[in-house]
Design a protein around this ligand. Structure first.
Ligand code: GDP
Ligand code: MG
Ligand code: K
Length: 295
């Protein structure tokens, strides 16, 4: 293997409760290191970045797999997931040692088969019969051509280095995409704004002809929680009711979903206030941009 620096996107997938969150958090560490983007844009939502001497691991969130919707919706979800997974460099399929259910099997058709999918068998600490592991692995390997298999315990921190090595060796050679360790709140503010924008786009994107800009105007964070205020800037007065929805229903939903995501990202309760400002033709004016915190 060459000494070249490697950098790429990694997605963890698996049915609920296998330990995906615990595992990614154990790998990334508790600190959120999402930082100024050096280059390249991504459609993925970034969960966290781990930078080491020879690799930068960019862990991304993929759309949820578990859906209770029927046929057509399911097919569409699957298409979205398949597409998202095809765009990352390494997929880690997380399963639970000794347990294999239909929820695990359902994922198999969606996983990329080009040698970039790794099987992580989590919770080995909880496995009673260690000898059963061999048969368990054999059964799974017969169903999918995984590039590597790594038994781990996210909870106890077992074999995590090994998992990182397997992932790292499959990342493409290339420069780091993110600054290594600038832990300011600026990138977090940027991400928070993006979260609000994403919710707006999903809910009323079709109806907002000029889109909108989201600016985080207040950010107060303690160990116990965060108080965040986001201002949505639209071009015209007529865009305000579109954003609000009947009885403010759209805005409530946007704020509630964004708040949920922010709380998960920051790992603490979030109080989020979202309000709308109309600023005609603001995007044309450089001064206005500076006022709004854009350099
Ligand atoms: P996710 O739904 O896949 O994100 O799963 P979570 O990370 O939320 O974990 C689900 C449950 O499994 C939690 O109660 C975790 O504490 C537990 N868990 C995660 N990893 C391990 C592990 O390595 N060993 C054991 N014994 N429990 C684990
Ligand atoms: Mg989770
Ligand atoms: K998350």
């Amino acid at each position: 293997m060459s000494d070249a620096f490697r950098c790429g996107f990694i997605a963890f997938v698996g049915r609920p409760n296998v330990g995906k969150s615990t595992l990614t958090n154990a790998l990334i560490g508790s600190k959120i290191s999402i930082v100024s983007r050096k280059a390249q844009t991504t459609r993925h939502r970034i969960h966290g970045v781990l930078t080491r001497d020879h690799e930068q691991f960019v862990f991304v969130d993929t759309p949820g797999f578990q859906t209770r919707h029927g046929g057509a919706m399911n097919r569409m979800m699957n298409r979205v997931v398949t597409q998202a997974l095809a765009e990352v460099d390494v997929v880690v399929h997380v399963v639970e040692a000794g347990k294999w259910s239909s929820g695990d099997a359902q994922l198999l058709p969606l996983l990329p088969k080009g040698g970039q999918t790794i099987l992580a068998i989590n919770k080995v600490d909880a496995l009673k019969d260690k000898n059963a592991m061999f048969a368990y692995v054999g059964k799974i390997m017969a169903q999918f051509p995984y590039a590597a298999v790594v038994p781990v315990s996210a909870l106890r921190g077992v074999q995590l280095e090994n998992l990182l090595t397997e992932i790292g060796s499959r990342l493409p050679e290339g420069e780091a995409m993110f600054e290594a360790d600038t832990l300011t709140d600026r990138p977090m503010r940027f991400i928070a704004a993006e979260l609000v924008r994403e919710k707006i786009f999903r809910l009323v994107g079709d109806e907002l002809p000029y889109g909108c800009t989201v600016v985080i105007e207040q950010w107060e964070e303690t160990d116990k929680g965060a108080r965040i205020a986001a201002c949505v800037i639209v071009e015209r007065e007529s865009h305000r009711p579109i954003l609000l929805g009947t009885g403010g229903a759209h805005m409530k939903r946007i704020a509630s979903e964004a708040r949920h995501d922010m709380a998960e990202l920051l790992d603490k309760p979030v109080h989020l206030e979202v309000y709308i400002k109309v600023r005609k033709g603001w995007s044309d004016r450089e001064g206005a941009l500076r006022d709004l915190g854009y350099e």
